[in-house]
Design a protein around this ligand. Sequence first.
Ligand SMILES: Nc1ncnc2c1ncn2[C@@H]1O[C@H](COP(=O)(O)OP(=O)(O)OP(=O)(O)O)[C@@H](O)[C@H]1O
Ligand SMILES: [Mg+2]
Length: 252
Amino acid sequence: MTEPILQISDLSVYYNKKKALKEVSMDFYPNEITALIGPSGSGKSTLLRAINRMGDLNPEVTLTGSVMYNGHNVYSPRTDTVELRKEIGMVFQQPNPFPMSIFENVVYGLRLKGIKDKAILDEAVETSLRGASIWDEVKDRLHDSALGLSGGQQQRVCVARTLATSPKIILLDEPTSALDPISAGKIEETLYGLKDTYTMLLVTRSMQQASRISDRTGFFLDGSLIEYGNTKEMFMSPKHKETEDYITGKFG
Ligand SMILES: Nc1ncnc2c1ncn2[C@@H]1O[C@H](COP(=O)(O)OP(=O)(O)OP(=O)(O)O)[C@@H](O)[C@H]1O
Ligand SMILES: [Mg+2]
């Protein structure tokens, strides 16, 4: 049996008094894509943000329970959150390239680490852009602004920027929902191709996307994890009425 890379136990998250995530326990396995689904407000983004401590930035957030990454408690006072967010990278719904060149976007994290060697940076740019399936489209314009790219291209540059810091886990919060279907399809294929190297948690509104590319799926409702299991099994024979209603489009 493979060991989980990430273990969430009894995790609750509050925004002031509002309990947005309720005693969630979930294990995530290496080199898998786990889809997180559920209606708006069910706590999917809250869960992702808890994993790499993005909630630290919001004084209204409190949290109980634990998040263990590679056997270490992410909420230990000894955790270096900058390092943590390199190991557990994040891609958001809206492509958010920095207002700088494609090249500088990708090497941003490496420059922060103090890496200056041009050969290393060049290599990282090519590898990361290839990993994000956008190298061929941008290789002749690496020093143009990333803001001049289409939304779908920008999102793949954001994926490349995340890959450049050599994460182990990538958190993706609806990475295709702001894109046209063709761009969305490209991102989806890209993510599927990255599965051999990375572990991914993917929040998605698309049941088709979840069933096409994820290994496991967790269904959330009102802050609770209602059902979690093998994607094919869950989509073929959901164990809970709420899951069935959601995946068949009866609400959401
Ligand atoms: N920064 C915040 N301050 C206060 N309440 C918040 C904050 N972020 C989320 N919430 C609340 O926490 C609950 C869970 O929100 P969350 O954004 O995690 O849901 P979600 O499943 O990602 O929804 P969506 O599909 O719309 O993105 C909601 O009731 C939401 O209103
Ligand atoms: Mg969300």
